[in-house]
Design a protein around this ligand. Structure first.
Ligand code: ATP
Ligand code: MG
Length: 250
C-alpha cells in the first residue's frame, strides 16, 4: 500500500537540539492515526513540519505524491492539509452557520461537487455538516457563546467544509469534559475514511476509543507502532514513559 502521508527520515533542530530525528511515519488514506509519546517527544514539532509552519533540515514529507517540504505553508493548506489549533480559529462574532459558510467558500474540488449533488429537498450540505459535528441546534448562535467543546467541533466542521484531505490535530480533547471527549471520539470515527486524520493525544482512554494504529514517538523518533494493547505492553514504550506517570497516566 502506498501511504497517503509519508514522512521519510525527517529531521529538524533548534539551536543544535534535535527535536525530530530521522522520523519515519506512513499514514494510509482515510486512516485515523494517533500519535502519542512522552512530553518533549517531538509530536507538536512533527505536526508543525507537516503543515509547513517549520521546515525540516533533512528528509521528505509527501501527501499523495506531492512533496510538501518544497511548498509554502499556504500552498500546503491548498494541497489539502488542515490543522486544528489549540486556540480555535473560529470567527467569534459570526454565528455557527456563518462560520461554516465562510469555510465552504474556501473549498475546492471534489467535496464541493459531492455537496452539490447531496443538496436535495430535505437537507442541504451545511445542515448535514452541522449535524455531523453536533451543532445542528446551535446554527444561529454566535461562536462566542459556544461551550469549549462546541468551539472545537465547529473548527473541525470548518476543516471538513474546506474539503481538507489530511486533518492534523494537537490534543483536541484538552479541556473537554468526559462527555465532550466521548462525542469527539464518535465524531473522529465518522470522519475517518473520508478524511485522513493524524491526532496527537495524551488521553489513552480517548486513543483507545479512536485509534486503529498508534504511533509512539520518543526523542524525535518513531519508537513503536501498533494497537493500543501492543503499544502498552511494549518494553521500550514503557521505559520511554518512565518518570512521566506511565503511558496511561500521561
Ligand atoms: N521553537 C523551538 N525552539 C527550541 N526548542 C524547541 C522549539 N520547539 C520545540 N522545541 C523542543 O523540541 C522538543 C520537542 O517539542 P514538542 O513540542 O514537539 O514536543 P511534544 O511531543 O509535542 O511534547 P508535549 O507532549 O509536551 O506537547 C522539546 O524538547 C522542545 O523543548
Ligand atoms: Mg506538544
Amino acid at each position: 500500500m502506498t501511504a497517503h502521508l509519508q514522512l521519510s527520515d525527517v529531521s529538524v533542530s533548534f539551536n543544535g537540539f534535535v527535536a525530530v530525528n530521522a522520523l519515519n511515519l506512513a499514514v494510509g488514506k482515510g486512516e485515523l492515526r494517533c500519535l502519542i509519546g512522552p512530553n518533549g517527544a517531538g509530536k507538536t514539532t512533527a505536526l508543525d513540519l507537516i503543515c509547513g509552519k517549520i521546515k525540516p533540515t533533512a528528509g521528505s514529507i509527501t501527501l499523495r505524491n506531492t512533496e510538501l517540504t518544497a511548498l509554502e505553508e499556504h500552498q500546503i493548506a491548498r494541497a489539502g492539509v488542515g490543522r486544528k489549533f489549540q486556540v480555535p480559529s473560529v470567527f467569534k462574532e459570526l454565528t455557527v452557520r456563518e462560520n461554516l459558510q465562510v469555510a465552504y467558500s474556501k473549498r475546492t474540488g471534489v467535496f464541493a461537487n459531492v455537496m452539490r449533488s447531496c443538496r436535495g429537498e430535505e437537507t442541504d450540505g451545511l445542515d448535514m455538516l452541522a449535524q455531523l459535528v453536533g451543532l445542528e441546534n446551535a446554527l444561529d448562535k454566535p461562536a462566542a457563546y459556544l461551550s469549549h467543546g462546541q468551539t472545537q467541533w465547529l473548527e473541525i466542521g470548518m476543516l471538513v467544509a474546506q474539503d481538507t484531505e489530511l486533518i492534523l490535530m494537537d490534543e483536541p480533547t484538552a479541556g473537554m469534559t468526559a462527555q465532550e471527549t466521548l462525542k469527539t471520539a464518535d465524531l473522529f470515527n465518522r470522519l475517518k475514511g473520508k478524511h485522513t486524520l493524524l491526532v496527537v493525544e495524551h488521553d489513552m482512554g480517548f486513543v483507545k476509543a479512536i485509534g486503529d494504529v498508534i504511533s509512539v514517538m520518543h526523542q524525535g523518533r518513531l519508537l513503536a507502532e501498533g494497537t493500543a494493547a501492543e503499544v502498552e505492553r511494549n518494553e521500550e514504550v514503557r521505559r520511554a514513559y518512565l518518570g512521566s506517570g506511565g503511558i496511561t497516566g500521561a
